[in-house]
Structure formats: structure tokens, C-alpha cells
Design a protein around this ligand. Sequence first.
Ligand code: CA
Ligand code: CA
Length: 469
Amino acid sequence: MNKSLIIVLATSLMLGACGSTEQLNVMQDDTGDKVTQSSTQSVSYKGDNLFPPGDDTMKPESKVSGGTFDYSQWTLVWQDEFDYPNDELENNWISQNGPTAHPLVASSRWRENAVVVDGNLELQARKETRAGQEWTTGNVWSKESFGYGYFEARYKYAAAPATNNSFWLWPAHGSPKGEKRCEIDINEGHFPNVVNSNVHNWTDKWTTASGGLKHYNNQIAHTFYGEPVHSIQLDEPVKTTKIRLTSKNPKSVYLREFRLFGPSVNELPIAMEKLPDSVVNLAAQDDVQITHSGSSWTENAKESFMTDDILASRWVSNSQGTKWIQFDFPFEQDVSGIQLVNGLLKDDGINNGWLEDGLANRNLMTDFTIEYFANGNWQVVHEYQSSEIANFGEEFHTYGVAWDEDYLRFYFDGKLFYTVRNDVCFSDTAILLSLAILKQNYSGEITEDLDGTAMTIDYVRYYQKKSSM
Ligand SMILES: [Ca+2]
Ligand SMILES: [Ca+2]
């Protein structure tokens, strides 16, 4: 394989339900042509299963847990602290210099956008048309390749929606014959605080019943900050005929329960439990009309699931554009309390892996506004922005993966949050740091706010386990 052949765009993006994913990663060669055939055999299967039928190698055998990462068991064998002049970046890294062919990426990527300054590597986003794309960013990969070990980077996201802030592993310098082509996304970070960690098998692909080409992966939007539950007690009841929730969440909204209470409910009930018999959910009455921005077509996602008093069932919204849900009452109501549960919970499970207690929430809404209709106007009664709780564009965090023959363990600030069995990744890999700007609201709306932002990397470090040396 041509050593400069493969540039992979770190733009794998979750769509829809846990385990039910659609892939947007594209490989291209340095002429910009997409690689549509891998060198190994593609396999066709019938059906829409994520995993090829009968493939038991994908199933977990036992749970593993590592807790907090123990650096004392590991030896630092390679590092880049970016503590040198900009023109020394080439000692360790190769830069993309040209357009980005993926149809969802709006940025060409250049060495000029990868700037070493003040002890950091900045991958800078700029509003400038080059190579036919309206934005520029940076994308670098290591000259060296690495085997099993612990990879960690400390970085901040570019502080605006529509960015993909990626620290990932890919065999940029080629794989040994017979090895599967493995991509490990340690984090494809989306502002303000979403962590996407994933393993892709690019060798074994299969065709679904609907004609799509799938490959094994397990994309998950981890949302460590924020809560599934929002309980809002109003200071004064509002008289209204309509209530609506609106969100700009980039992906589908998972609304498990939505409850409205009248003034007779003095104390809001426990959101994660069934309602007491004495408490009425005004939103769940038969004569309430529910309208919305659209439901996901990928799964059973009816709007009635958000008011059925069953935590396990949920409405799943459209994935693109603004999401909203509206409740129309047949006559004016007094509303004094609002309660909702959203996102994916640990009990929802995942394919081929395990989530740790305390860091298991996924797909929580990044934002929402609740309004009521009165006197001919919509009036805001509650607003939520997850960037006010955790803003990874302002805060440095560490993202890591411990990779061995059996497992891949993903760490956030040194805490294990996610483990998958290793069925794919057995040969050396390069390290990549990539900023992309994404179209179609995949990680939020493209705005002028992007101009001048930067994915800012303090360091990249690689460790090997002491017992393996
Ligand atoms: Ca429900
Ligand atoms: Ca540094």
C-alpha cells in the first residue's frame, strides 16, 4: 500500500438509537478519490442487523472494570508536549494539505492551520475559501506507529458548534497483510461536551436489506455532564392552553417521560419512578393533542411513549434540524410543575461493551427551552444550556484509551467510562489529531462563531504496560 495513500476523515457520527448506527467515515487517497473497495473481501449479509448474523466473536464474554487509570503500572515511552517552535512540528507529525473529500465536511485542511504556540498545538478554524471549501482547519498524524499501550491527549475543543475535535488511531502507514483495518476513535468531541468513542472495523463490511453498506462499529455519544432528569417547579402557576419544548440538540432527542402538573401537586414526584396514583400528568390525558417536529424512522419511537409513565419507553425525535414537541389542551390549564427524563440510560445497554456507573448517560439534550402560550404569545418558562454545566471548549480534559489484545478501555480524566472487547485491532497504528467542520447540523449549526476557534492540544502521551515490557 502506498504509504501516503490513506487519509481518513474523523467524522463518524452517531445517528439514532444505541447500537443502531449509520457510518459517515470515508477513506480517500491523496488524489481525493474515495477508496470504495478495501483490499480485503467485503461480505454481504441479509438483514439490517448491526452485527453479521451468527458472528459470535462480537459478543462479550465477561465484564471488565479498571476504575481509575493507574499510571504507576505504565511507562511513558513517547510523548509530544508541543513545547517547541512551530517549525519543529514536522519532527513528529505529517499534515494534510488540501481539500477534504467527505461530503459532510466543510473544511479543507492545511499545515498553516496547525500552529504550535504557548506549549500547545492549535488546530485553527478559519473562515476562508480554499480548495473549494468555505472553511479551513488542521489535521495531523504521527510519523511513528505504535502498538498496544495507553494513549492519552489533553485538549480543549474548538469552542463552537459544528466542530469535530478528534483524537484517534488509524494505521496511516499501512497494516500488515491479513490484519483488519481498525480505527479507534478515542474521542470525536462535539461542543459543548459530547464525547464520541468508538472502534471501527473497516475490513468486514456487509450490505443491509435496504442496500446500505455497513461495517462493525459502536458509536456512542457520551454525555457525562448534565442529568437525565429535569424537574422544574414554577414560582407561580401559569394559565395556558399550550406548552412546548424546543431543542437545537444536534442529534435525536430521546424523551422518556414528559410530565405537567397542576397546583394541587405541591411536591414534584420522583422522576425516575412511576407516578403515585394520586398524581395526574396533565400531558398524558386523552384529550391532549401532541404535535412535534418529526419522529425517528429508525426504530419504534412513538410520541405516546413520552407520556406512558414507563421509563423504559421513549419518543425519539428527528435527527436533523430543530426539534420540538407541543401539547395542546382542550381548555385552559393551570401548570405549576414540569418534569422530564431524557437521553439513554445505562439500562439501555450497548453492543459489545460495558458502561461504568456514574458515567453512563448518553445522548442527553445539549439545550432546550420550554414555553407556554398565553395572551396570544409564547413565553419562556424555562431554559437549559449544557454548556453552562460543562464547556469542553473552555476546559482542558484528558481522553485516553488502554488498548491490549483483549480489550479497549476508554478513559475520561483518568476515569474508565467504557470498555469494548477487542476483536479487530491487532497491528500498529499512527496517532491522529483532527479538526473538521461538519455540515448538516451533525454536531450543531455552522455559524461565524467558528472563525478563530481552535482545538487546542496540550500534549499527547503514549505508555506501555510495565509487565509487557
Ligand atoms: Ca416512557
Ligand atoms: Ca504542552
